[in-house]
Design a protein around this ligand. Sequence first.
Ligand SMILES: [Zn+2]
Length: 440
Amino acid sequence: MNEKETFRMKTKPPLVPLGTLIRRELRHGNVEKPTVNHGQAALAKKGEDYFLIKPDCQRIPGNPSTSFSVFAIFDGHNGISAAIFAKENLLNNILSAIPQGCGREEWLQALPRALVAGFVKTDIEFQQKGETSGTTVTFVVIDGWTITVASVGDSRCILDTQAGVVSLLTVDHRLEENVEERERVTASGGEVGRLNIFGGDGVKKSIFKFYVCRKEGCKSYVLAAVGPLRCWPGGLCLSRSIGDTDVGEFIVPIPHVKQVKLSNSGGRLIIASDGIWDALSSDVAAQSCRGLPAELAAKLVVKEALRSRGLKDDTTCLVVDIIPLGYPVLPPTPRKKQNLLTSLILGKKFQNSINKAPNKLSAVGVVEELFEEGSAMLAERLGKDLALNSNSGMFRCAVCQADHDDVSGTPSSHSQPWEGPMLCSKCRRKKDAMEGKRST
Ligand SMILES: [Zn+2]
């Protein structure tokens, strides 16, 4: 009997029938906060994966009813210092960008913008250390039934809903797979290409292959560059990260952000580094651990990845279950009611959507999309509001949160007119550099 079967034998039936939950939800909306359970498993090859688990954060310190949870994965490259720095500083940098004293709905609406500011601030601070490593970040905030995910790089977060539908909450920032990012990097002054021996760069020498020409009758050899697309200078195959000071400012720390609201049948998140996703598809990862508690599920996903591909890379997996109150684990999906349980991702614009979330649309398995934005332009991510610090009477930089009395900032000579909120001169220089308008 394997682990899965043993667990199922031991599992007691849920305390509240799922049908009761659905009726309760239709009647009252998502009133009761779910239980959040998590599990973690990892196998190290290079020792560059780090993770953060903070199940007990509070919006208002000392008030347990304002609790939220944070889960994150940092997959470092070219050293571990960027991954460690992000693990230690990112959460505080994000929280400091959320206006003080706002209520829950306002806080959730401010979160996507604060995530952008926090990622950029952390990158600027790390650059000042003069170290060259970099890291992916996938950062997940869970508040009640609302999940907000911000990511740079290729550590994915997937959502497995109770309707058995698996969706990706992140975007892969891999040059090989992301044509928009290739165009952005090129437009900002980077070069995108595969490794080859003609580059003259020491790094480019080694990976190279000859192929027999495929044209009929032709016996000649064709020289081909191999490996994934990378950006030059630097040779990084990611287009976004925190750190990578030596690569070029076109590798930006601006995260893709997605915010969704689950129905009160709950769901499961699997957050993992590319050691998992290079071995398993989202569907296979989700299916391999369905019905098991989070701790066991994380172990099984890592085991499954290892079985399929061997240990080729650091492999880290967090499983987070958002479970209706009264259930020990995620309730099983009743098969006979499939038509009722059809999962929908309801595309919805950001503005006021949290306040106006229509309860009548809630049903088991339905995921409501509240916000999604992936632009690498700060002007499109920070909004236009000037933040006035009521204590000092000064304006606050939308990225680093430092107070200034100079509302316009100090524009560099090459920059375009800036339509966004106040940025201090340091953060404005960073913005221009990321857009290829100047080098730092
Ligand atoms: Zn600033």
